[in-house]
Every structure is written in structure tokens, then in C-alpha cells.
Design a protein around this ligand. Structure first.
Ligand code: IPM
Ligand code: MG
Length: 358
């Protein structure tokens, strides 16, 4: 019997609905392999702002730090959109990432054969696509100094953010990417803007230097604008992509949409030690919150990533991934994936189907 402490931060919008389903799935799948979990809930994002005035209360962060893994739903909603940027729900994500040192964000985008018709792209373009975006998560323009809105002459103001990377930050994310590529198809594409930005020139140098240590991985480089284009033109050319925080934010959404619905995609954020954080790539979808319409599969698949990368239980992770495929094979879909010949069900029912498949 192995026991794990999991911090559950359901957050806002559809977060609580999809989290309830995913926690039940983890519990049931774990039981089959002799794993037990202590799930402890804590407020984050808008829910935490309403309860405590802070998007990431100290108690929530303490709980995360003393857990084996953090399972997060989604944060944000219209009612908090007018708050200043340091008080917004999204701050909680940035706070968690930096406090837990989660510098490596793994965002897989895999086309499931069952969902090919859900994509807006042609079948021949996306069939077989299997991409992993490795996004640097605690540096770059999200965290670089100086930042702020500063007064200028004549009553004008200037907004400033700084894109900066140190060689140590480039090396550690590079290593995660090379290691990941090695476990996949052995191809790594590093994405930057080295034709314009000095920070990218150093990035490219650092990644290139590392390549000597991974002779089995084939390294290429691509400018970010070209990559945005290539992702929709011929996505099958990519295996593993490594890039900085901002480029990774944008490209991972683009890669996600190749699969038809961002409602399918999980992510893992990892540091060099301590608990990892596992969350869907999609947001809180306030427009459908509370209506039992949300697709819980990204949250469930994030649970599988938690098992695989967070607490080293790959067998149970496989179980969950297989159950998801099986339910899709049976023709069940949430509304975001509706297609002719499929049966549209709600969030709770999707959860029940996954439990039955397990
Ligand atoms: C993401 C999100 C976040 C980010 C926002 C909500 C802060 O877009 O996880 O991709 O920009 O990193
Ligand atoms: Mg994003």
C-alpha cells in the first residue's frame, strides 16, 4: 500500500466540476494498484480572492509545499477581470510556479485517432501528430526585471517588461528537453527569435552547447514566427519543441488546437525537487461553468501525468489513459467534441463512463 498527499486546488469556473470527476478517477484507478491518496482542498485564484483577498493565500502555498503533488483545476473569471494585475486570479499560477520552482512545463499535444474529425485541419495534416512542447516556466519576460508601468515626460507612461535568460536557466530547461526527446522520437526543435533578440542568441548558444552531451538527439533551431506557421502547415515535422516562457505560452495553445479541442490537453510543471503541479492547458471557461457541460478529460489526463511524473506510478497512469481511449472508442463525447455518430454527454456522465472503463 503506498500513500500520497495531494493538494487539490480546484479554482474557478469549470474547475470544481472537472476536479470532482478527476479526483474520483484517481481514487478508483489508484485502488486497483494499491495506492491511496489523501486529497486536501484549498482555495486558489478568484475563489481565494473572494475568501481571503489574495489569489494565492499562504495556507494554500504551505499545503502545496507539504504535499507530494499539486492537482490544479483552472483560475479566472469575468468578475475578477478589472482587478490590478498583481491581484488577479492568474497571479496565483505565477506565484505557485515561482514558489515551487516549477521551471519545466511539459505540454503534450497528441492527436487521438478517435478525434481527428474534431480538428479544423485536414485529416492528412494532423493524422499521427504527437508533439511535446517543453516550455520554460519561471523565467523570461514573465519574470524579468525591470517590469512595471513607469511615468514618463509630459504625463505619459511607459509599460515595461524584460525578456531575460541566464545561462543556468537555459541549461536546466535544455536538459529536461533533451531527456524528454530521448524518451520520444529523438528529435528536438529549439524555438527562439535569435534573428532579433540577444536573449535568444544566448538561448541558441546554450542549447547548441548541450547537444554534444546528447548525440542521440537530433537538434534543430527555428524562429518562433516560422514555428507558428509550420505548426499549422505540417505539424508532423515536430517531435519535441523547447522554448522560452512567452513563446511556449503561445505555441502550446496553437499546438493544443491541432487536436481539435483544448479540452483534451493535460500539462505537468516540474522543478528540480519538491512537488510538481498538474493542470489542464485550458482555462476556467466561465461561460459554461456550473452547467455540467465541461470536458473533464484534460483534468483526468493531468491526473495521469501526476501519477507518471509526480509520484512515479506509470502503471496507474497507463490505466487512466487507456480508460479515456476506451470511452472515446465507445463514442461518448462532451459538447466541445461533438461530431456526427457520437453521443454527447455531460461532465459527470463522462466521469462515470471513465470509472466504468477502469
Ligand atoms: C497558461 C496560461 C497562463 C500563462 C496565464 C493564465 C497566467 O495562459 O498556463 O498557459 O500565461 O502562463
Ligand atoms: Mg497560456
Amino acid at each position: 500500500m503506498e500513500h500520497f498527499k495531494i493538494a487539490v486546488l480546484a479554482g474557478d469556473g469549470i474547475g470544481p466540476e472537472i476536479m470532482a470527476v478527476a479526483v474520483a478517477v484517481l481514487e478508483t484507478a489508484g485502488k486497483l494498484d494499491g495506492l491511496t491518496f489523501a486529497f486536501t482542498e484549498a482555495p486558489v485564484g478568484g475563489a481565494a480572492i473572494d475568501a481571503t483577498g489574495e489569489p494565492l493565500p499562504a495556507e494554500t502555498l504551505n499545503l502545496c509545499q507539504s504535499s507530494d503533488a499539486v492537482f490544479l483545476g483552472a483560475v479566472g473569471g469575468y468578475q475578477w477581470d478589472t482587478l490590478s494585475s498583481d491581484k488577479r486570479p492568474e497571479r496565483a499560477l505565477l506565484g505557485l510556479r515561482s514558489a515551487l520552482g516549477l521551471f519545466a512545463n511539459l505540454r503534450p499535444a497528441t492527436i487521438l485517432p478517435q478525434l481527428i474529425d474534431a480538428s479544423t485541419l485536414k485529416r492528412e495534416v494532423i493524422e499521427g501528430v504527437d508533439i511535446l512542447v517543453v516550455r520554460e516556466l519561471t523565467g523570461g519576460i514573465y519574470f524579468g526585471q525591470p517590469k512595471g508601468i513607469f511615468p514618463e515626460k509630459k504625463g505619459m507612461r511607459r509599460g515595461v517588461n524584460t525578456m531575460s535568460y541566464g545561462e543556468d536557466e537555459i541549461e536546466r530547461i535544455g536538459r529536461v528537453a533533451f531527456e524528454s526527446a530521448r524518451k520520444r522520437r529523438g528529435k528536438l526543435c529549439s524555438v527562439d527569435k535569435a534573428n532579433v533578440l540577444e536573449v535568444s542568441q544566448l538561448w541558441r548558444e546554450g542549447i547548441t552547447k548541450l547537444a554534444n552531451e546528447y548525440p542521440d538527439v537530433e537538434l534543430s533551431h527555428m524562429y518562433v514566427d516560422n514555428c507558428a506557421m509550420q505548426l499549422v502547415r505540417w505539424p508532423k515535422q515536430f517531435d519535441t519543441i523547447v522554448t522560452g516562457n512567452l513563446f511556449g505560452d503561445i505555441l502550446s495553445d496553437e499546438a493544443a488546437m491541432l487536436t481539435g479541442s483544448i479540452g483534451m490537453l493535460p500539462s505537468a510543471s516540474l522543478g528540480s525537487s519538491g512537488p510538481g503541479l498538474f493542470e489542464p492547458v485550458h482555462g476556467s471557461a466561465p461561460d459554461i461553468a456550473g452547467q455540467d457541460k465541461a470536458n473533464p478529460l484534460a483534468q483526468i489526463l493531468s491526473g495521469a501525468m501526476l501519477l507518471r511524473f509526480g509520484i512515479n506510478q506509470p502503471k496507474t497512469a497507463d490505466r487512466i489513459e487507456q480508460a479515456v481511449l476506451k470511452v472515446l472508442d465507445l463514442g461518448y463525447r462532451t459538447g466541445d467534441l461533438a461530431a456526427p455518430g457520437t453521443q454527447v454527454i455531460g461532465c459527470k456522465q463522462m466521469g462515470e463512463q471513465i470509472l466504468a472503463a477502469l
